[in-house]
Design a protein around this ligand. Sequence first.
Ligand SMILES: Nc1ncnc2c1ncn2[C@@H]1O[C@H](COP(=O)(O)OP(=O)(O)OP(=O)(O)O)[C@@H](O)[C@H]1O
Ligand SMILES: [Mg+2]
Length: 262
Amino acid sequence: MSETPTPNKKLIAVCGKGGVGKTAFTAMTTRVLLESGKAGKLLLIDADPAMGLPNALGINVRRTMGQVRENIIQTARRGKKEEKVQLVDMLDYMALEALNEMDDFALLAMGRTETLGCYCPVNDLLRGTIETLSKSFDIILIDGEAGLEQINRQVMRRVDTLIIVSDATSRGIQTAALIQKMAQNEKVIQCEKIGLVFNRVLGSEELLKQSALEIGLEVLGYIPHDENIAHHDLVGKPITDLPATSPGLAAVRKIIENSVLK
Ligand SMILES: Nc1ncnc2c1ncn2[C@@H]1O[C@H](COP(=O)(O)OP(=O)(O)OP(=O)(O)O)[C@@H](O)[C@H]1O
Ligand SMILES: [Mg+2]
């Protein structure tokens, strides 16, 4: 039987500017957690409506929260009074309907809502679902939407570890600083621990360390630019199938061992 992880490191959210490697990092973390044998019951949440995570994991998603929400709306519209009364219970039931269960983990994808122009109701649904499902899983790993919007909308009210991913650009670091400010000064999201991961690092780690220090963020680690990751994305192979010798994977292993699994 696999060991269960430290209970206070359970809810982990990955956030950061668009295109910095949040999804690649989440997929590599999944592989590392599963290989460690310490993942316990693992739930992955793709909180990005663009849904990159299922591809990075090599999974076909059966149903999304967005589709579940449409069903709820349809039921409410045609529903008789009694049906509407039951809607509240249905929320839990339908969230479970959207859960994709694999052999060694489960995946919940937020997906898109068919009502144009607004993601907020799905965000609300997601918030409730994260709270409900957190009782049944040992680790929940969330691949967030790019930028600050979901943090602003408090899709997660609290997380144990907030991992901010940045590339080696000042815009990436600025976004990280804004997220950190929202979490620490404005208390938009409560977190036990916040850390910064630099991804696609080619140059000096020292310079990056310095800029993290300036914004008051602890660096959890540096992931090098890894041709294997770029290649897997190009040919459509799951990131979780990276060769064991991939430098990116080794860097993520070190980060996760020193933060989440410590
Ligand atoms: N360490 C790395 N080395 C090489 N390429 C990388 C690395 N990390 C990510 N990439 C590439 O960068 C691109 C963006 O990565 P990814 O999709 O993970 O970013 P993201 O932050 O999830 O983006 P989005 O904000 O659109 O969700 C992908 O093409 C991916 O293959
Ligand atoms: Mg992504």
